[in-house]
Design a protein around this ligand. Structure first.
Ligand code: EPU
Length: 391
């Protein structure tokens, strides 16, 4: 595993790159593989440690996962339904297995999930949703003990459109007799991808991407070979790289409508962007112009997972920008590091006020979470001198 990146800034970017499957689509699909004992093939898997840790959890529970030419071949005939503390506490997505374990095995013991340190990240909505469907849940000694023997289809209303809670409840309800409705679900493209995956396995789910998701219970799901959607956040990160470093780039295998909120901001910044089929082209020839206001919101609003990267762009843009983080309360750890590189940023509550500077300087900086670290690599690309990104 690479433990630091060394970046010599100042080169424009030219070239073309293929975008891999979305991490945040693949992770719930791996949990969804527990919904059948038949073989599930997930194609074009991204080379990301969270994904490998999910595979490791399946292996520890008695299932098998093989990787063959970029596809994961999963066979989830489990002899345990407990997710051990060590692995669970390293990744947030371990909690997605709660829903699929309850659906298939009616019982689960799951340690509290970990994940990037970007806020308190509670799971109350996940548990509330499962309780609405009749799951008996006890929280003791760092574990969540769930019994799904008496689960029944029903209505779940989410106070907030949580991505993970929506995914968990969808998976938990696919084999409950009758109709389950999730009101105020998350509308992220990854939710629609999970719907498509479940339907390809023989499930009946509709409404993903709207304000109500309907799940009609089926008796059994079957195996499938499935290619997840491309990663909108990776695509967005490369587009911002092009905007910051300048040059001309092509991204292949993108669904442009998944990143319209970003494309609008990059166009305001002065980049020339066009899309054709599944490709996006970006050209940037002059210093970007600041976007006065950027606020993260649930999809289709501006994604929190691109906040750190767009903030790095604002730090070198001409003008003043206010970037507001509405999803995760401590997702500004990259700001202190960007300041070490010469950025002029002040954080007040949930907003960062960014006075764009014309030059950043290479420095030793520390990444604290996935996207924040990406933002430091982006800053390094256009900084004067060498930047080393640790963490
Ligand atoms: N929330 C609650 N209670 C819950 C669940 C969530 O209060 O039970 C709150 C959270 O504290 C947060 C907000 O709801 O303030 C949004 O959380 P959500 O549940 O939607 O996020 P998540 O499922 O934990 C996924 C992605 C994140 C991404 C968010 C928002 C995965 C594995 N993770 O997390 O991705 O930021 O949705 O889009 O899908 C990343 O890729 O870097 C990343 C952090």
């Amino acid at each position: 595993m690479i433990d630091s990146f060394k970046i010599t800034g100042g080169k424009k970017l030219y070239g073309s790159i293929d975008i891999e499957s979305a991490k945040n689509a693949v992770l719930p699909l791996v949990a969804g593989a527990l919904l059948t004992q038949e073989t599930i093939v997930i194609n074009n898997i991204p080379d990301i440690s969270d994904v490998y840790k999910m595979f490791e959890i399946i292996r520890l529970m008695g299932g098998s996962v093989e990787i063959c030419e970029g596809s994961a071949i999963i066979s989830a005939t489990l002899n345990k339904t407990e997710i051990p503390k060590g692995l669970a506490s390293e990744i947030r997505s371990s909690i997605f297995m709660l829903g699929s374990l309850l659906a298939t095995y009616k019982i689960a013991k799951v340690a509290y999930p970990g994940g990037c340190d970007i806020g308190s990240r509670p799971i109350d909505l996940h548990l509330m949703g499962l309780r609405c469907l009749g799951a008996k849940i006890i929280e003791r000694h760092g574990y969540i003990y769930c019994n799904g023997e008496n689960m029944k289809s029903g209505i779940v209303h989410l106070d907030f459109p949580s991505v993970g809670a929506t995914e968990n409840i969808m998976m938990a309800s696919v084999m409950l007799e009758g109709d389950t409705f999730i009101y105020n679900p998350a509308k992220e493209p990854e939710i629609e991808d999970l719907q498509n995956f479940i339907n390809a396995m023989g499930g009946i789910v509709s409404g993903a991407g709207t304000s109500v998701i309907k799940i009609t219970g089926v008796k059994k799901l079957h195996g499938v070979s499935y290619t997840p959607i491309p990663d909108r956040i990776v695509a967005g990160t490369y587009l911002i790289a092009g905007a910051m470093a300048g040059g001309k780039i092509e991204l292949k295998n993108v669904i442009p409508e998944h990143i319209y909120s970003l494309i609008t901001k990059l166009t305001q910044s002065g980049c020339v962007i066009s899309a054709k089929g599944g490709n996006i082209y970006l050209e940037s020839n002059s210093r970007p112009i600041s976007c006065p206001s950027i606020a993260t919101q649930p999809y289709p609003g501006f994604p929190t997972d691109l906040q750190a990267q767009i903030l790095a762009l604002q730090s070198i843009s001409n003008g003043i920008s206010i970037v507001t983080e509405n999803l995760f309360e401590t997702r500004f750890k990259h700001v202190a590091e960007l300041i070490k590189m010469g950025a002029k940023i002040t954080v007040k509550d949930r907003s960062a006020i960014v006075h764009g500077v014309s030059v950043l300087y290479g420095a030793e900086v520390e990444g604290h979470d996935l996207r924040g670290t990406a933002s430091l690599v982006l800053a390094g690309l256009c900084a004067e001198g060498v930047t080393t990104v640790h963490g």
